[in-house]
Ligand binder design. Structure first.
Ligand code: AMP
Ligand code: TRP
Length: 338
């Protein structure tokens, strides 16, 4: 298997909403840390976003907000490559090839498609169905070998490896390398503030279910005050929280933003009701997030900076991906482009 000399990192996030506290604690924070010591490509996957209808003006706005927030979180667009997917044609070119490699049976096993399509399987876009092929193309277009993602994306990465293996086998080459997933060590999974059995999601219809990374301090405090809880006081040990998912979620958030463990945080609030705890939680969240939201606001005030940053990222991304996808096309028998 051909290996790139130093592992290249690729990850993507869809501009289907404003990134949430869940995205931040589960993914973006990790993306920022990975910049030390790796070449990273971070992609705003607008082509993935349109697998569900997006209002065009809103899509433009959400793409810019996403870019501003990623930079405000600490993604360095000079050192690494930050860009929007649609600006690099190599993704769509390679995705088409992968559409012709992937077997329909493989796609039928994708649990995320089943979840997202629900009972409406006949009515969803065919883009949603082949979404994992585009995701595989995102990574393989750069010969990237390390992909930080949440646990829910593991199956898609396995599929990307199956696609690479079949391509290599069918054409008798060792062209696409194996990909490893990088699931963050304390893989924070932040749940909805309204229903702690559901993931906090930027596309949840209820805005009260999440903290957006552009919420004001007042909004954050209000959402935390209104977050669903039970009426019992907080116990002394995590074990006693077994059937209290809302409490576990809020404690997890508190621990993550204050840099402690849920167990240590619990000691601090044992015996008290949720009122005082929620107050401290809101304070801690605001302290942690307000520098990010303020910086994102400043960046967004200069739309041309955001657009030109993404465009220059896209040019640098294309310089890596174009020759790789040219070579994939040569391998399968397409005549040269020029
Ligand atoms: P998505 O919002 O589904 O586009 O996901 C973008 C990234 O954020 C992925 O790596 C997800 O695993 C991660 N992520 C999304 N929601 C959460 C959550 N509630 N808790 C932890 N990580 C999340
Ligand atoms: N499907 C990923 C998600 O929903 C986003 C994504 C698209 C991605 N392309 C990618 C992640 C390539 C990692 C690598 O979270």
């Amino acid at each position: 298997m051909s290996k790139t000399p130093s592992p290249r990192i690729f990850s993507g996030i869809a501009p289907s909403g404003v990134p949430t506290l869940g995205n931040y604690l589960g993914a973006l924070r990790n993306w920022v840390q990975l910049q030390a010591g790796h070449d990273c490509l971070y992609c705003i996957v607008d082509q993935h976003a349109i697998t569900n209808f997006q209002d065009p003006a809103e899509l433009r706005e959400k793409t810019r907000i996403m870019a501003a927030i990623l930079i405000a979180c600490g993604i360095d667009p000079e050192k690494n490559i930050l860009f929007h997917q649609s600006a690099v044609a190599a993704h769509a070119r390679l995705a088409w090839i992968f559409n012709c490699i992937t077997r329909v049976g493989w796609l039928n096993r994708m649990t995320q498609f089943k979840d997202k399509a629900g009972k409406d399987r006949e009515a969803v876009s065919s883009g949603l169905y082949v979404y994992p092929n585009l995701m595989a193309a995102d990574v393989h277009a750069y010969h990237a070998t390390l992909v930080p993602v949440g646990d829910d994306q593991r199956q898609h990465i396995e599929l990307a490896n199956d696609i690479a293996e079949k391509f290599n086998h069918d054409y008798g080459v060792k062209f696409f390398p194996r990909i490893e997933t990088l699931i963050p060590p304390e893989a924070a999974r932040i749940m909805s503030l309204r229903d702690a059995t559901k993931k906090m999601s930027k596309s949840d219809p209820s805005d009260q279910s999440r903290i957006n990374l552009n919420d004001s301090a007042d909004t954050i405090a209000l959402k935390i005050r209104r977050a669903k809880t039970d009426s019992e006081p907080l116990p002394e040990t995590i074990a006693e929280l077994k059937d209290r998912p809302e409490a576990i979620n809020l404690l997890g958030i508190y621990a993550a933003v204050t840099g402690t463990t849920p167990a240590a945080s619990l000691m601090q609030f044992a015996g008290s009701g949720f009122g005082p705890f929620k107050e401290k939680l809101a304070e801690a969240l605001v302290a942690h997030l307000s520098p990010i939201t303020a910086q994102a606001q400043r960046l967004l005030a200069d739309q041309s900076y955001i657009d030109s940053t993404l465009q220059s990222g896209a040019r640098r991304a294309a310089a890596i991906a174009d020759p790789i996808v040219d070579e994939a096309e040569r391998i399968i028998g397409f005549l040269p482009r020029q």
